[in-house]
Design a protein around this ligand. Structure first.
Ligand SMILES: C[S@@+](CC[C@H](N)C(=O)[O-])C[C@H]1O[C@@H](n2cnc3c(N)ncnc32)[C@H](O)[C@@H]1O
Length: 346
């Protein structure tokens, strides 16, 4: 429990009700991983394939996929990877850095957490194959956690040969914020969306002004109208429009959240569901986009007839929670996503 601390201010103090509670989840995970690596050479070999975030790109060897297959257990690990076979005793430091870089948390922007009866543990875990998934600000995948399972699924259509990517951090923010977040991870993001937003000379002035206005507050409706006008006049293509709408998502949602702003600016901006749909097509579905789509489709403004609306909502639902979720379960998820009063009847 949080209480008045012995030293100063507040602190965490256990009371009788906390007996048996886990104190340090991370340590338990580390102990389990080290134990598994000591007992099982294949597990150790798998963990040694992971990046520590410190290698030069040319040092990163593409692992033999045979290592990821169950039947590999019978083959003996020594002849499969070159950089792991020598390790007889587990390299604790190596494993700790790999865990730091590769552990997935359930509260990450790319994750949904299902089946915990509403209790969010924000747990941490290591899943080796998903650990190879890189970040993009134009991501195409998310994951859904159910118990110990991490299900990786597409959040928009993926072409054959296109790299599967997660958002490691919130991508519904402007490019400078995303650059900061990538730096905290220790890399520079060079995805197509970042390149466009950082380098487009026609839009540079407008985007800088919009970012400043976003920080300083003010009328978010005016910001959105200016951005939409500029994109229309500069003949910005749909995909790029969607990138910018995603970057200034907080301004769009502030506008759509306010009846006053909708009355003032509503006729000069695309409908909420249209914005949500374009963002989902470009950066994948997520709960915030889904919520906007559900709310925006209530008046079906610019979204087509009822069947088309249903189809679009289901598509973003599948992008958010995965295709494995059945229609009835999806309805329940929608009602959890929206508050009960806004519930839409699909
Ligand atoms: C979970 S690993 C992803 C797989 C990693 N690329 C590998 O080869 O094992 C995370 C690390 O990958 C690198 N990374 C991920 N996304 C990146 C991106 N968009 N640009 C540059 N490096 C990235 C960073 O070094 C990051 O710390």
């Amino acid at each position: 429990m949080i209480a008045k601390a012995v030293a100063v201010g507040r602190g965490v103090l256990p009371d009788a009700a906390d007996s048996g509670e886990k104190m340090v989840v991370w340590k338990e995970l580390v102990d389990k991983v080290l134990d598994a690596a000591e007992k099982c050479p294949r597990t150790a070999a798998l963990i040694y394939t992971l990046s520590t975030g410190e290698e030069r790109p040319e040092e990163l060897v593409v692992p033999d996929m045979a290592l990821f297959r169950q039947e590999h257990e019978d083959l003996g690990v020594g002849d499969v990877t070159t950089n792991t076979a020598r390790k007889e005793v587990v390299a604790v430091d190596r494993i700790l850095t790999a865990l730091d870089v590769n552990c997935l948390t359930e509260d990450a922007p790319a994750a949904n957490l299902l089946g915990n009866s509403g209790v969010v543990n924000c747990g941490v875990g290591l899943w080796v194959l998903p650990s190879f998934i890189n970040h993009s600000c134009h991501p195409n995948a998310r994951r859904t956690h159910v118990g110990d399972h991490a299900i990786v699924h597409a959040s928009r259509d993926i072409k054959a040969g296109e790299e599967v990517t997660f958002p490691y951090f919130d991508v519904l923010v402007p490019v400078s914020k995303r650059k900061e977040a990538a730096r905290a991870w220790g890399f520079e993001c060079h995805c197509d969306r970042c390149k466009f937003e950082a380098e487009d000379v026609t839009l540079r002035q407008e985007l800088m002004k919009a970012e400043n206005d976003l920080v300083s507050g003010g009328d978010m409706g005016a910001l959105v109208v200016r951005l939409e006008d500029k994109m229309r006049k500069s003949l910005v293509k749909e995909r790029r429009k969607a990138f910018l709408r995603a970057s200034f998502w907080s301004a769009y949602s502030a506008l759509f959240d306010s009846d006053k702003l909708v009355r003032k600016w509503g006729r000069r901006v695309p409908a909420e569901a249209v914005v949500a749909e374009s963002i989902a097509d470009a950066v994948g579905g997520n709960e915030r986009v889904l919520r906007a789509m559900l709310r925006g489709t209530k008046d079906a403004n610019g979204c087509g007839n009822r069947l088309e609306v249903e189809d679009k909502v289901m598509r973003i639902g599948r992008a958010t929670y995965g295709k494995v979720v059945k229609r009835n379960a999806m309805r329940s998820l929608f009602s959890l996503t929206l508050d009960a009063t806004n519930n839409i009847n699909l």
